[in-house]
Design a protein around this ligand. Structure first.
Ligand code: FMN
Length: 413
């Protein structure tokens, strides 16, 4: 979010305190947050609070004299990468849906030329009211073509004492939606991977010690399978090379199954020439047995110890980095337990990758065998930390991130 201009519209809803937390989270992510409050919102929280946390002036009065000849609200609208209205009251939604511009926020809402995010929060009866339903419908119809995201309210105990739908959604969900919109803006053009060939590796490898025992890891394959699924949905021809996993293959994809790192290497190398994108999401063993016993290793009756001699496996990513064609995109994963960014940057350079997807596997919401992940996308120019999200959403973000690079690739027939 570094350097992104987010205009945060704050209306007079009881969930207003959460938008203070939102400002703080956005500032932490290096966004420029310009808060615009409605007059009613200022009756609930003083603008000064938002000013201190956002480190920027807060706009309330449309007619205040700015230093610039250009009206401040137009200046803000012109600079905005995103207008986020959090919390969005029934009133501001009604105004936005009907083009009413009678204060700073509602005027900015029809002046911006950027995507808009709306996070409604209100009493359940208000939210279900036919006028509110009609306004939401109208807003969606009008703004969706320009990129409207509605973060629907959640259900639960409301501040007004009622239980039901209307509670402002979790901050993490709002942050994730903001990240999504800004990532889409970061890239250009359509989502389409039609005509592209994508090779994905997934799951663990097995390094055999004897015919029945092996060294492996906790990878479930869920991340790689989610990437293959998203690539397929976006129209790519997908080659999925998978270690042993117990999950279903995505619809329309028949994985090539391998077990050992050597088999993975052979399979990747036999396909790599024809692909545009290579995504190494498999958790590949770093070491293998120096020699694999032909027969099952027996328990020794004389000694309590067994020494295993291991040797490094072939470094598939490094080999790909050396051999890849200039126009091919190589993406690797870095599962780290410490020094995430430094290790990922080293990997980016040493393996000549175009993007490293780094995850701290000590985070309970990241890593092996769970549905979510917390990753940082690191390329030569930038690093982009994503909040906790589903593995499918991570996959969407990866393809959005590389979209500008992909567009310069000639389509392989
Ligand atoms: C204590 C209190 C809490 C309120 N909470 C909400 C709310 O959560 N959502 C909402 O739509 N309106 C809520 N309202 C009503 C709005 O403040 C009212 O409709 C106002 O006109 C909204 O103005 P604005 O959209 O310009 O901020 C609340 C009012 C009060 C007094």
């Amino acid at each position: 979010m570094k350097g992104k201009n987010i205009v945060l519209g704050v209306a007079g809803g009881v969930a207003i305190h959460k938008s203070l937390d939102l400002v703080s989270q956005l500032v932490k992510r290096d966004a420029n947050v310009h808060v615009v409050m409605t007059k009613n919102a200022t009756k609930m929280i003083q603008p000064l609070q938002f000013q201190v946390i956002s480190r920027k002036p807060v706009l309330v009065d449309l007619f205040h004299l700015s230093e610039n000849w250009k009206p401040y609200h137009i200046d803000l609208s012109d600079q905005a990468d995103l207008l986020a209205v959090v919390p969005a009251t029934a009133n501001i939604i009604g105004k936005m849906a009907n083009g009413i511009a009678d204060d700073a926020l509602s005027t900015i809402a029809i002046s911006v030329n950027c995507p808009t995010l709306v996070a409604p929060a209100m009493n359940g009866h208000m939210y279900q009211h036919p006028a509110m339903r009609a306004n939401m419908k109208r807003l969606k119809r009008q703004l969706e073509p320009q990129g409207l995201k509605v973060v629907e309210p959640a259900s639960g105990m409301l501040a007004c004492g009622y239980e039901g739908v209307g509670r402002l959604n979790e901050l993490e969900v709002i942050l994730s939606a903001i990240e999504d919109i800004l990532m889409k803006k970061h890239s250009t053009g359509s989502n389409n991977l039609a005509g592209k060939k994508v090779l994905v590796t997934a799951g663990p490898t097995r390094e055999y010690l004897d015919p029945v025992r092996f060294i492996t890891n906790r990878s479930s394959g869920k991340m790689g399978y989610a990437i293959a699924e998203v690539a397929h949905q976006r129209g790519a021809e997908v080659i999925l090379i998978s270690g042993p996993v117990s999950i279903e293959a995505p619809t329309g994809i028949s994985p090539i199954f391998i077990q050992t790192t050597n088999e993975l290497y052979q399979a990747v190398m036999s396909k790599v020439d024809s692909v545009d994108v290579i995504i190494m999401a498999a958790a590949v063993a770093d070491y293998q047995a120096k020699s694999v016993a032909d027969q099952k290793i027996k328990k020794s009756p004389t000694t309590n110890e067994l020494t295993l001699l291991l040797q490094p496996t072939i470094d598939i990513a490094a080999d790909l980095g050396q051999k890849k064609k200039k126009e091919q995109i190589l993406i690797t994963f870095a599962a780290e337990t410490e020094n995430l960014t430094e290790n990922a940057k080293r990997k980016l350079k040493s393996k000549n990758c175009d993007l490293v997807v780094a995850n701290d596997i000590t985070d309970p919401e990241a890593g092996f065998d769970i549905e979510t992940n917390v990753v940082t996308l690191i390329d030569k120019e930038d690093s982009y930390q994503l909040p906790v999200m589903s593995k499918k959403k991570v996959a969407e973000n990866i393809f959005d991130f590389i979209k500008p690079k992909l567009q310069s690739i000639e389509i392989t027939e």
